[in-house]
Design a protein around this ligand. Structure first.
Ligand SMILES: Cc1cc2nc3c(=O)[nH]c(=O)nc-3n(C[C@H](O)[C@H](O)[C@H](O)COP(=O)(O)OP(=O)(O)OC[C@H]3O[C@@H](n4cnc5c(N)ncnc54)[C@H](O)[C@@H]3O)c2cc1C
Length: 382
């Protein structure tokens, strides 16, 4: 059976997210973008409404939503501001390794505080020497009695300057490559942990991004997730879950661009008629609409598969890669339809292009997605 209808609960989740996005996010989006301001007040309100920690089960006080529910919410938020959405979603990314690798005691201890009050967490995988080749990371974890000592640096870490907890991937022995990678949770208060300056980014400027340094940080064995060497698998399984919502961020950007372009094309006149009546503009709108619809189907399908117990590596990579490439094209065409105004910061569409770009890069660049897609596809062909 194939059924694309949403349940009543899903429709009301979508409406709630849309209302929040329009009333709290959209009015602040341009100012936060201009000033690279991290609007903590918006993130606190998102938490109050249950729009953060979407993946945390209700046993720990979380929303316990399916992945399909999550992508419905994410698309609505990203239509208003992709940068804020990245910061809202960063908790899901950082808490997923705990959901995957932690013991029942650790889950209760680590997840419940995030649902009891507003806190931010960061996922620390990428390092300055390279993000794509995660198996080559060099942050060291040396065992010392009942603790590990962490030394190294992570970069481009979302929400790092504001986080109270970090999920960190470090190696117990670099010679073991991915088999040495081990996952830890580290509180902000840990001695020797520091964050760098907030990066000055092209887009997603309402989100904070910085380095995280570990200098002799002692982490009790109780704060290791899984066994030594489980970290690589925990990180990859995390990304299998979180890639589809990145596709939904891209979809939200593309939907916003299509909406703005359509409205503008109907009211802007050239040669005595709305530009929407010029066939060249209609062809652009048609291509943009196709890209948005196809992205939504791919994102929903990947989420549905994962909700039904499938790993969804192939489908979530396709959804993320396709939707983010589509968002770039659609945002670019929206600027073209706005003409010179599209190039001006007073209008909303140039931000969409800058925001779309990141969706091709983070949580596995689209080159890496294509490698994954080809590998999965060829497995099926063998
Ligand atoms: C704003 C922002 C927020 C981020 N948030 C986080 C976060 O919260 N946590 C976190 O851990 N990371 C985060 N990242 C890091 C992000 O996931 C990495 O930037 C990304 O994985 C790419 O790694 P890199 O930048 O080191 O590029 P590299 O790995 O150096 O790659 C450079 C280029 O080479 C390509 N490339 C690399 N290897 C191959 C290959 N085998 N074949 C073909 N092409 C290849 C890449 O696709 C890319 O185009 C964030 C990044 C940004 C910009």
């Amino acid at each position: 059976m194939v059924d694309f209808s949403l349940t009543e609960e899903q429709t009301s989740l979508q409406e709630m997210a849309r209302k929040f996005a329009r009333s709290e996010m959209l009015p602040r989006a341009a100012e936060c973008d201009k000033n690279s301001r991290f609007p903590e007040e918006v993130y606190r309100k998102a938490w109050e409404l249950g729009l953060m920690n979407l993946n945390v089960p209700s046993d720990f006080g979380g929303s316990g939503l399916s992945l399909l529910d999550q992508v419905l919410i994410v698309e609505e938020l990203a239509r208003a501001c992709a940068g804020m959405t990245t910061s809202i979603l960063a908790n899901c990314l950082a808490l997923e390794p705990i959901l995957i690798g932690a013991s029942p005691e650790q889950k209760q201890r680590l997840l419940a505080p995030f649902c009891a009050s507003f806190h931010l967490a960061s996922f620390c995988l990428t390092e300055p020497a390279g993000g794509s080749d995660a198996g080559a990371l060099t942050t060291r974890a040396r065992r010392d009695g009942d603790a590990y000592v962490l030394d190294g640096e992570k970069c481009f870490i979302t929400n790092a300057p504001h986080a109270s907890l970090y999920t960190v991937f470090a190696t117990v022995d670099p010679a073991l490559r991915h088999r040495g990678i081990t996952a830890f949770v580290v509180p902000r208060s840990a001695e020797g942990l520091s964050t760098g300056k907030d990066e000055d980014k092209m887009g997603h400027r309402a989100s904070a991004t910085s380095t995280v340094r570990f200098e002799g940080v002692r982490v009790p064995v109780d704060d290791r997730l899984g066994a030594e060497g489980d970290g690589f698998s925990i990180a990859m399984r995390t990304l299998d879950q979180t890639r589809t919502p990145i596709g939904a961020i891209a979809l939200g950007i593309a939907q916003a661009a299509l909406g703005y372009a359509g409205e503008y094309a109907l009211q802007r006149h050239t040669f005595g008629k709305p530009i929407a009546e010029h066939q060249a503009i209609q062809l652009k709108i048609a291509d943009m609409a196709q890209a948005v619809h196809a992205s939504r189907l791919l994102v929903w399908h990947a989420a549905w598969l994962i909700d039904h117990g499938r790993k969804g590596t192939l489908e979530s990579s396709i959804a993320k890669c396709f939707a983010s490439d589509a968002a770039m094209r659609v945002a670019d065409e929206a600027i073209q339809i706005f003409g010179g105004y599209g190039y001006m910061r007073d209008y909303p569409v140039e931000k969409l292009l800058r925001d779309a770009k990141l969706t091709q890069i983070y949580e596995g660049s689209n080159e890496i997605q294509r490698i994954v897609i080809a590998r999965e596809q060829l497995k099926g062909a063998a």
